[in-house]
Design a binder for this molecule. Structure first.
Ligand code: UD1
Length: 341
């Protein structure tokens, strides 16, 4: 049977691997492009274990335009590309801004150039709610103003969105969407794939699960004196499997479009939860007490942000199916599976 192929850059990464699973579940064949800079080879085996299908793997850096071209030109039946591969550590981006600008922008531009030549026209880009900064109004819609980025990482997302908009304007047959993720958390229910932070995690949920697993002494809550009901920051935490399914929905949305288009979608749950709510919910699903302390605010943190997801619900014909409890339960199972292996 002829299956539609979708290139997934960063397909061995956290969101990329879950998206490969959902693409396969929906009848697509992913071609993973990954340089394993921030991901592990065994994840490709795990995708096969979950789905029964082994995605093709191309090991190349996405900034390497001629390498990409050589390795991809033999492929037939490519329908589109989902571009995850990027540097993503906010703090590190302030230390190594040029690395971030080069890697994130060169890869996106290389892939856009290549798409034209290889003859497919559906492009899904992995963006972030970071483009909104601290929004003036909540929930955040896609029309909320884009604020000055807080970090070079955030600026690369804004710049790539601008590049794609210009690209689509000049290539009217091309179909491009930018997906602005809120806070992806959780893991696949099989506990075979999940987030694999290198070193000390920056993000809340891996820090919580590592603390519960005894890998960290305690979690520090970054500030409890914000103007929120319990004083801690509010985010929109979306289960990574729901997020992965939104990518399949985005590809299908693009395939449905008769004409070229550039569009932007928020991907969240539409609900905000505070840091303390996340901790309490984790304690409930894991059946334990988490060792945490209240510490000072983290510089650059947004007080409150959550998504209006009406546009994605309507146009992508997609809705979240899982909640915070599901996500924290799955993140905890994944953490425990890592300990066992
Ligand atoms: C961060 C990035 C965002 C990126 C997202 C990916 C920043 C400013 N933004 O979002 O661009 O898309 O990760 O997941 O870094 N917290 C603690 N203690 C901890 C860790 C976090 O209290 O040890 C709190 C934070 O203050 C925040 C919340 O938990 O209120 C979520 O933090 P985090 O998981 O790092 O995500 P964001 O900062 O929202």
């Amino acid at each position: 049977m002829d299956k539609k192929r979708i290139i997934v850059t960063g397909g061995a990464g956290y969101i990329g691997s879950h998206t490969c699973v959902e693409l396969i579940n929906a009848g697509y064949t992913p071609i993973i492009i990954d340089n394993f800079f921030n991901s592990e080879r065994f994840i490709v085996d795990r995708i096969e274990q979950i789905t029964g299908l082994r995605p093709d793997l191309i090991e190349v850096d996405c900034t390497d335009y001629s390498g990409l071209m050589t390795l991809l030109k033999g492929y037939k039946g490519i329908e589109g590309i989902i571009h995850f591969a990027a540097y993503k550590a906010v703090g590190e981006s302030t230390q190594k801004p040029v690395d971030y600008y080069y890697n994130n922008i060169a890869s996106t531009t290389a892939l856009l150039k290549l798409m034209n030549i290889l003859g497919f026209n559906n492009f899904v880009f992995s963006s972030s709610c970071t483009v909104y900064g601290q929004p003036d109004e909540l929930p955040v819609t896609e029309n909320s103003p884009i604020k000055t980025a807080e970090s070079p990482y955030g600026r690369t997302k804004q710049m790539c969105e601008d590049v794609m908009k210009d690209y689509q304007k000049a290539n009217q047959d091309q179909k491009v969407v930018s997906l602005r993720y809120f806070n992806p958390i959780g893991a696949h229910s099989s506990s075979l794939i999940g987030e694999l932070p290198r070193g000390v995690p920056n993000n809340l949920v891996p820090y919580i699960t590592q603390t519960a697993a005894g890998l960290r002494d305690h979690l520090t809550v970054f500030g409890d004196d914000y103007d929120t009901p319990d004083g801690t920051c509010i985010r929109d935490y979306i289960h990574v499997v729901d997020l992965a399914k939104a990518h399949v929905a985005a590809i299908e949305y693009l395939i449905r479009q008769k004409n070229g288009i550039y569009n932007v979608f928020n991907l969240g749950t539409g609900r905000g939860n505070s840091v303390l709510e996340v901790i309490r919910t984790f304690e409930e699903v894991a059946g334990l007490k988490l060792n945490y302390k209240i510490g000072p605010r983290r510089s650059g943190d947004i007080v409150k942000v959550y998504a209006d997801v009406a546009k994605a619900n309507k146009d992508l014909e997609w809705e979240t199916e899982l909640d915070l409890k599901d996500a924290l339960r799955d993140a905890w199972s994944w953490e425990r599976s890592l300990k066992e292996n």
